[in-house]
Design a protein around this ligand. Structure first.
Ligand code: 5GP
Length: 182
């Protein structure tokens, strides 16, 4: 196991290990490779949380593909998503001829992705699907679902492997529950 931040008391419990992440992402890559054969695949990463997952995922996709990124922020006063989004960074290409696969770190209420999908649909991609590393279905407040899911998790605030708490912990090589009682 990695020693990164081993003694940080805010890391309550590791719930997905490096090996589990690696194995599941290989499976997702194989599935996407099968499904997108002969398609014009464009992976759109939703920053910032997607960056570690996406970089491992594309190295398991055995197809020609392109990537782009969007950085959106949900307008909110609390930790709960509002679904109203502020586009901090938009795409740099026209997606109208692409089979778009959105890459997300975690699907929580779904409100951010619901708004983002509606926006991307107006740009007329060939197809639009969602791949999320983590899914917290118990928190869903929209009808949005992911076509590819790495792991379904319980309602805990998680960190690591790209996911942050106040911009820290993205460098953990595993997924852990954040200790909110410290
Ligand atoms: P929602 O689906 O509620 O609109 O928002 C999803 C976004 O909220 C995710 O992309 C992520 O940035 C953030 N989020 C939701 N749950 C968690 C969590 O457990 N840990 C972290 N680090 N971010 C989360």
């Amino acid at each position: 196991m990695s020693n990164i931040l081993k003694h940080d008391h805010n890391i309550y419990k590791i719930i997905i290990s490096e090996d589990e992440l690696k194995n599941r992402i290989q499976e997702l890559g194989r599935q996407i490779t099968r499904d997108y054969k002969d398609k014009k695949l464009l992976l759109i990463g939703v920053l910032k949380g997607c960056f570690v997952f996406m970089s491992d995922l594309i190295r398991n996709i055995d197809l020609p593909c392109e990537i782009d990124f969007m950085y959106v922020k949900s307008y909110n006063k609390s930790t709960v998503s509002s679904g109203v989004i502020n586009i901090v960074k938009d795409l740099s290409i026209d997606i109208s001829n692409y089979d778009v696969l959105i890459i997300e770190d975690i699907l929580d209420t779904g409100l951010t992705l619901e708004t983002l999908c509606k926006l991307l649909q107006t740009r007329k991609p060939n197809s639009l699907k969602i791949c999320t590393l983590l899914d917290k279905p118990s928190r869903r407040k929209s009808s949005i679902y992911a076509d590819y899911i790495g792991f379904v998790i319980e309602d805990n605030f998680v960190i690591g492997y790209g996911l942050d708490y106040a911009e820290e912990y993205r460098n953990l090589p595993y997924i852990a529950v954040y200790n909110q009682n410290t």
